[in-house]
Ligand binder design. Structure first.
Ligand SMILES: [Zn+2]
Length: 219
């Protein structure tokens, strides 16, 4: 089941919510405008106002009343998680270039934590276990393991894409409109001999679970 994308009144993404939470926004009158052709019809939801069972149509994207979302401290505050880092890096090991399932990847600190490296978007990459172990507690330079790509900070719109693996086309189009062109989300389609290497955009549109359940490839 897909989540609903919640925006503030000015159209800034605020959070992903499940259908129940979205329904609560509707029943409390907080939804100001909606986007998206795909609508979910909820049956039997209980109105918090009247206690009656009701039918409710929920849009894929809703803007809610309330204070405008304030982005504090700039874009490097975009929340960071292992799975988001793997999605940003398109499940490609930064050292050997192999493509792996999420379960086979580790979040690797370019400058190791023991040397003062922080857990920030610019200092973490996806690495397979073998590369992570080989690099160990060294910098890429001292390990002679140069990075194959530069880790970057996703902007807010991209972070919302990375955080959710089941995104409807309308939601994806809305979020992509705010993703800068340097993002790897825009990377071109891979060669046909790498079937699992569909672009992040295409994979999300075609198959919600495209990035999971695969074996080691491209080795
Ligand atoms: Zn590797």
């Amino acid at each position: 089941m897909h989540d609903i994308l919640v925006l503030d009144i000015a159209g800034t993404p605020v959070r992903w919510v499940d259908h129940e939470s979205a329904a609560a926004y509707y029943s409390s009158g907080k939804v100001r405008w909606e986007l998206g052709a795909d609508r979910v019809v909820l049956h039997g939801g209980i109105s918090r106002l009247h206690g009656r069972r009701s039918t409710l149509e929920i849009a894929a994207i809703i803007a809610i009343d309330g204070p405008r979302w304030k982005v504090r401290g700039g874009e490097d505050r975009a929340p960071l998680s292992r799975s988001m880092v793997f999605a940003r890096d398109r499940h490609i090991c930064a050292y050997c270039g192999g493509r792996f399932t999420q379960a086979a990847l580790e979040m690797e600190h370019v400058t190791p934590s023991s040397r003062g490296g922080l857990t920030v978007w610019q200092n973490v990459v996806s690495a397979c276990r073998a590369c992570n172990q080989r690099k160990g507690n060294r910098t890429p330079e001292s390990a002679s393991m140069p990075l194959l790509y530069v880790p970057y900070v996703p902007n807010r719109h991209e972070a919302f894409i990375l955080a959710n693996r089941r995104i409807l086309a309308d939601q994806m189009n809305f979020l992509l409109a705010g993703v800068p062109r340097h993002s790897r989300l825009w990377a071109s389609e891979p060669p046909p001999d790498q079937p699992a290497a569909a672009s992040a955009i295409g994979a999300k549109k075609r198959a919600p679970h495209a990035s999971g359940g695969r074996g080691r490839e491209n080795r």
